[in-house]
Design a protein around this ligand. Structure first.
Ligand code: ZN
Ligand code: ZN
Ligand code: ZN
Length: 357
């Protein structure tokens, strides 16, 4: 599998006039080699020259953890890894660099290759990673369904009298119990804190009448889940239910608009128009969604101005929100996968407002 991906990377390199590709920590490395490196000060780097063998440079002590079809080149504690990596790269020509390589690594490589031109590998890698194969979709589906069980289990839990951090810890435990290999985030934003989309759980004690944004995700076989569901303790605040109906309609309209050939911008517009027409346009200040895969946020971005055509095999979130500072916030988020003739929701749990104690 990863061998084919390196072949595909080479043809994308040729199309773009790139002579060599070098990727380090981040998700390009597991995509191309099956190996996810620890983000350490000791460099791990895959070098893919335009022709000749791809080489994976790894710190010698990490080598026992590496299982890949790519040729592994261990470097020892007394070697200079940057000399060795630079030797495998062209002295002149264009080198595409993975977008998550540490700046200190790139500067060390640039110092050794003053005649080369360095470009961002993200556009090149995105052309490969943006279309998921059946195994990748299956992992995303498993992660989505596991997250759905967490959303449902939360409904049986008492929120009032507990802190946001208490609930966030419960979400973390449930994500692991549901089959996730790791937890990426567990946002719990109660009452006025809900108006901050990426609020970090605090010691605020949840009380009667609070609406709570719960946005969480983890990884299964490397691929992410990311879903948001809304909970309310007892009676919702003034105006909340009416706004929630608007949000549900907006989220559903955006999902229903997804099929091959439409633009990313048109999916954003499907949600945004409904929210704007209801008078909440200024309260929806973020894009409608982001791609998801080995990274929690990746292409395609579902945002106004992005005229990219949606294709079969893409996977992304649909997550409109309405945020009223000082009062409350709300968001509904599902991951969807684009099929040959439409869309598959990878989250199937109820999107209704969930009343809790
Ligand atoms: Zn987010
Ligand atoms: Zn989310
Ligand atoms: Zn998201």
């Amino acid at each position: 599998m990863t061998g084919n991906r390196i072949v595909a990377a080479r043809s994308a390199m040729r199309e773009r006039g790139v002579d060599a590709l070098v990727v380090s920590v981040g998700s390009d490395l597991p995509y191309l080699t099956g190996y996810r490196a620890m983000p350490l000060e000791r460099i791990t780097a895959l070098v893919v020259p335009e022709s000749g063998d791809a080489l994976l440079f790894v710190p010698e002590l990490e080598a026992p953890r590496v299982s890949t079809s790519v040729e592994v080149v261990p470097w020892s504690e007394t070697d200079d890894p940057f000399d060795r990596i630079a030797d495998a790269l062209p002295a002149a020509g264009t080198i595409a660099v993975g977008d998550q390589m540490w700046a200190s690594f790139l500067i060390a490589i640039q110092d050794r290759l003053p005649g080369a031109r360095f470009v961002d590998a993200e556009p090149l890698m995105a052309t490969l990673r943006i279309i998921k194969d059946a195994n990748e979709i299956a992992a995303l589906r498993d992660a989505g369904h596991a997250a759905d069980t967490v959303a449902d289990q939360l409904q049986g839990i008492r929120f009032s009298g507990r802190t946001e951090q208490d609930i966030s810890r419960i979400v973390t435990d449930l994500l692991l119990a549901s089959g996730h290999d790791s937890v990426s985030f567990a946002i719990v934003a109660s009452g006025p804190n809900g108006a901050s989309p990426h609020h970090e759980a605090t010691g605020r004690i949840i009380e009667q009448g609070d609406a709570i944004v719960v946005d969480f995700g983890g990884r299964i076989r490397g691929y992410g889940s990311d879903t948001t569901r809304m909970y309310v303790v007892g009676e919702p605040p003034d105006g909340f239910v009416a706004a929630y109906r608007v949000l549900e309609a907006a989220q559903d309209a955006a999902v229903q608009s997804v099929r091959p050939g439409v633009t990313a911008a048109s999916i954003d517009a499907a949600a945004r128009t409904i929210i704007e027409n209801a008078g909440y346009g200024a309260a929806f200040m973020h894009r409608t969604g982001h791609g998801i895969g080995l990274d929690a946020h990746e292409q395609p971005y579902i945002v106004a101005g992005n005229e990219m055509a949606i294709e079969t095999g893409m996977a992304f979130s649909i997550e409109p929100g309405i945020y009223l500072p000082g009062r409350w916030g709300m968001r509904i988020e599902d991951i969807v996968a684009v099929t040959t003739d439409g869309v598959e929701r990878l989250n199937r749990s109820s999107r209704s407002l969930r009343v809790v104690e």
